[in-house]
Every structure is written in C-alpha cells, then in structure tokens.
Ligand binder design. Structure first.
Ligand SMILES: [Ca+2]
Ligand SMILES: [Ca+2]
Ligand SMILES: [Ca+2]
Ligand SMILES: [Ca+2]
Length: 393
C-alpha cells in the first residue's frame, strides 16, 4: 500500500516537473532609456485646434517626446474646441534573446500608470496596439501615424468599466497588465525588436461620436486618458515591461568538421597555428574550438583548458565557421605530437573530437654540422702543381 502511495506521489511530481519544463523560460525586457540605444520609448502626438471629429484620428504627427520620464496616451481638451491633441505611446523591446526556434506560450505588457483623468460624464480606456516607427532607437513626429488599429489585448484598462466593451478597471499608481492575445503574441519578434503602441479608446475607434458634432460639450480642461512611466524613469521598477513565457528552441550540438596545422614542423619557441572548421545551426549560440592533446580531450573542453594545445575565442556566427588558435612549442614538446579538435556551444553541448594529425617539434638551436676530411681543388693551368685545401667545419 505504501508503495502505491509512493508511486502516485512520484507520478504527480513528474507531472509537476514536466509542466514546469513545458512552460519553460521567462524573458523580461524593457525599452532602453533616451535615444541612440537598441530600443526607445516615448509618445507621439498630433496637436493643434480644432481636431475634433474630422481630424482626431488622422494626422501625420507634429510633436514627440522620447526622453521624458512619462508617456502620454490621452487627448488634450479645450472647452470650446473639443479635442485639441491626441497622444499615443510607442514602446519598443529587444526580444532577440528568444531566438527563432522559441515557442511563446504567453506574454504580458505592463505599464506603470502615473495618472488618469477624464471629462466628467465620460470614461477613458486604453489598450496596446502594434507600431512601425521609422527607427528602433529614436522616435520622430511621423511615427504618430505608424500605429496599428488591431487590439493586442482582449481587455481594455478603463476608468469606468463596461462589461459589453470588455473594460476592466485600471489600477492607479501601479503596473497595469495587458495580457496579449494571439495577435499580440504574433507581434513579438523572436529575432529582433518587438514594437507596440498604446492608444486611448476614443481615438482608436476611428468613428465619429455624436458628441463631436456639437463641439464644446466638454466642460473640463482635463486630458482624457493616461500617463505612465517611460524607460527614462530611474531604474526599471516602473519602466514599461514585456514579460514573455516561452519554450526555448531545442539545442543542436555543433559538429567538428576538419582541423589542420601549419607549419608541420618547427623549433621550440616557435608557433604552430591550428585552423579548424565546424558547423553550428543554432542562431546566437556561442561556440569555442579546442585543440586537444589526446583523443578524449582530457582537460581540454568547455570546463577545463589546462591540457589544450590552444583554443579559440568566442564565435557567434552560424552555420559554418573557420577559426584559428596558436601554440608556441615548448622544450617538453620535442618530438612528434598528435592533435585533435573538439567544439562546444554555450549550452554547453560538445562535439565528438576529431583527429587532425601530428606536428614535429625540434630543439631550439640546431647542432652545427661537422664534416671530417676535406675537399681538394687542383688547378693545373697557371699554377705549377699547387693545390688549395678547403676545410668545412
Ligand atoms: Ca524614452
Ligand atoms: Ca526623437
Ligand atoms: Ca528606467
Ligand atoms: Ca547549439
């Protein structure tokens, strides 16, 4: 009976562990602060009066901010002119660490709301969309028009909730999480930069509201919408963040193809250069070549390099790489020496070793060659039977 319980416990444990493995790793990324980095965040806007109905959605953008500590996703309001400005957030994340073979199971984009405001009698809501800014590290005014219109999260964050609209209450002074839907997950690049925008519900509808036509219906000068912290806020505790749950690509072991040495013989104190070629199919994997002294590559691999002839620097190129490393012969090496090659990626996963051949190490200084005896040169014409002796020592 005890065994039965133990078996059930072990099976449960196995399921729990496999579930963990199935959900795999988590990648958390933030936009870079300021401009000129790998990514950027900020807001882009169309301002000027009157925008009201006819112009509140279109516009090419006439201002932007990408170094402020907050990002605006709202309308500015004038009591008589109505909507006088529309601000959209743009958030870029470097998600290239996922690599092409990863499988994304879930993703949450979060922004830390600093403030919300809305006109009395109206609500505000916002959601995440795609973006296609002109560059990855510096926003321009024209990026105002480079936003998508498909919602990438199924739930809007709102000041007032309306169930039919799939609105849920936003949280003040805290992260607000947008769980990405299938379109949102598709918007994540596994090999580069993932680009998102934030838009307020009213302008993202791209439809005219009855209220628009009468203009001046707002009795407030409050912006309608949200302000949240940008990556330029100190630290990352309040930065926009993208948390991705994924299963990493299965690793492929690199393959050692060939290795040669040049020159094939040299003296103590001189260099032997080994040239190896291998293949590594996994994008982003970092591979090193090890030139070993024995076929088992004892103490010459990713864990220890105390018994290598030499080993290469890091290589992150795929799929086929040729690299070299150099060894300076020591007096203890005199004679004929074998060499082998092994390559390891950063998993780490190592190839089998291959035999390269041998090289000959000679003494540092050659012993002078001495010939006993001599060479006799006889010159008969002009001299009378004289002879010159040349002795080579
Ligand atoms: Ca920024
Ligand atoms: Ca800029
Ligand atoms: Ca920051
Ligand atoms: Ca690999």
């Amino acid at each position: 009976m005890q065994n039965k319980f133990l078996k059930i416990f072990l099976i449960s444990l196995l399921f729990a562990l496999s579930a963990d493995f199935a959900f795999g790793a988590t990648l958390t990324v933030y936009p870079d602060a300021s401009t000129g980095g790998t990514t950027v965040d900020g807001d882009v806007a169309e301002t000027g009066t009157p925008q009201w109905c006819q112009a509140r959605y279109p516009g090419s953008g006439d201002t932007h901010t990408d170094t402020a500590t907050t990002i605006r996703t709202y309308h500015t309001i004038d009591e008589t002119e109505g909507v006088t400005g529309t601000y959209r957030g743009i958030l870029l994340f470097d998600t290239s660490d996922l690599t092409s073979g990863a499988t994304i199971s879930a993703a949450v984009l979060s922004v830390y709301v600093v403030s919300e405001s809305h006109v009395p009698g109206f609500s505000s809501a916002f959601n995440v969309f795609s973006a296609t800014p002109e560059s990855d590290d510096d926003l321009v005014n024209e990026d105002y028009a480079a936003v998508g219109s498909t919602v990438l999260s199924d739930t809007w964050k709102a000041s007032t909730t309306f169930a039919p609209l799939n609105w849920e209450a936003y949280t003040a002074s805290a992260y607000n999480d947008f769980t990405l839907n299938a379109s949102g997950i598709s918007n994540i690049s596994k090999t580069g930069i993932s680009k998102f925008s934030t838009r307020e519900w009213f302008e993202a509808q791209n439809t005219q509201d009855e209220c628009c036509d009468v203009g001046g219906c707002f009795d407030s000068t409050n912006p309608t919408g949200y302000t949240y912290y940008s990556a330029d806020q100190t630290g990352t505790d309040n930065d926009p963040k993208l948390v991705i749950t994924y299963t990493p690509a299965a690793n492929t072991t690199p393959t050692a193809s060939s290795v040669t040495v040049s020159p094939k013989s040299n003296k103590v104190g001189y260099d032997f250069t080994f040239t190896g070629t291998w293949t590594e199919s996994d994008a982003g994997d970092n591979v090193k070549m090890y030139i070993c002294k024995d076929s088992s590559c004892t103490n010459c691999d990713n864990t220890s390099q105390t018994n290598c002839w030499c080993y290469s620097d890091d290589n992150v190129t795929q799929p086929t790489v040729t690299d070299t490393c150099t060894y300076t012969a020591q007096s203890s090496d005199i004679g004929n020496r074998n060499f082998y090659m092994k390559v390891c990626d950063d998993e780490p996963s190592c190839s089998v070793s291959i035999f390269g051949g041998s090289f000959l190490v000679g003494p540092a200084t050659s012993t002078p060659l001495r010939f006993k005896g001599g060479v006799v040169l006889r010159i008969k014409n002009g001299f009378d039977s004289k002879s010159i002796r040349i002795r080579c020592l």
